[in-house]
Design a protein around this ligand. Sequence first.
Ligand SMILES: Cc1cc2nc3c(=O)[nH]c(=O)nc-3n(C[C@H](O)[C@H](O)[C@H](O)COP(=O)(O)O)c2cc1C
Length: 354
Amino acid sequence: MDQLKKDYPWTSSPLIACGPMRLIALAPLATEVSKAGGIGFVGAGSDVSTLEATLEQVKTIQAKDSLLSQHTSTLPVGVGFLLWAGDKLLHAALPVLEKYRPAAVWFFAPKTNEDLVNWTNEVRRVTEGKTKIWIQIGTVANAVEVTRTCSPDVLVVQGQDAGGHGLHKAAGITTLFPEVDDALTSLSRDEGIAKPALVAAGGILESRSAAAALTLGAAGLVMGTRYLATPEANIAGGYREAVLAASDGGQHTERTKLYDQLRGTTDWPQEYGGRGVLNESYHDAKKGLSFEENKKLHDEALKKGDEGWGPKGRVTTYAGTGVGLAREVKGAAEVTREVREGARRVVREAMARL
Ligand SMILES: Cc1cc2nc3c(=O)[nH]c(=O)nc-3n(C[C@H](O)[C@H](O)[C@H](O)COP(=O)(O)O)c2cc1C
């Protein structure tokens, strides 16, 4: 049996995960993805004050679901953390992880590799290895370092198209994924270091891009932006509408620090930026409007509710370059099944053409 199926027995292949989008991916979204045979990640981010209540909600949903209730050794969701938040977050998270034993944790954006090693060891210790370690990386060098020092169960290979935060200096998964794959195969051959399962993230929103990730060699795939257009994503109507309205993401999204600065989320390490849909805040900054004035207009727009979003609005719409492929609102379970079945079909059709 394949390792992912062993570790997440309720899932179907190819494994589809919902990225742990902070404040957005909570129990409703994560459990819908898991109920459909994927693995949903709850985005704890840098704050665990509501994590226990969220995982309690997951437990209640699990008990009522015919598929998830059969699986009881771990909680059938993952939890994502932003490691730059430091040891205080780790110490607050550990008792919750020990109590609920989610199937996986997802680590992203540590300040140092030492922090990553510490989080990995501590989570494995308190959950007796039951909670699997997923680490999101964006470079070949980092993939090698993390595999050597943390022996993660899963590496999430994030390419530049990804919505939300990622590396400013980055490649797309078409080039990044095979180079990471080769580097880890060499590491395993030359140093006997176990190769983690590799999943692809960044720009996957539908069947064809999911099939492409599979043919790159991915054991599974992660979607973030696509799940924004689901009723279970915890976002304002104006945000969802802005996602549905946006297209041609290479032109109309950018990875920048501006949105973090406007929102006051400036603790991210220097090398990361957040990809979002371009709006008036962005254009005014480009035209030279002072940050103070821009911030004032942004904060006023926040008070307008749904009208504050959109290309003529000012409120941040984090989303990836694939935003034009998020065309309609559908349930997260339906999205998960559709992309999984569709990817299988596209691969079969491609084989038939050869
Ligand atoms: C709105 C939004 C918020 C995100 N927040 C987080 C986060 O808090 N932690 C994290 O590890 N990744 C986060 N991500 C990145 C996802 O984990 C994933 O890498 C990305 O969504 C994949 O690319 P896609 O958006 O093209 O599907 C976020 C993505 C989006 C779109």
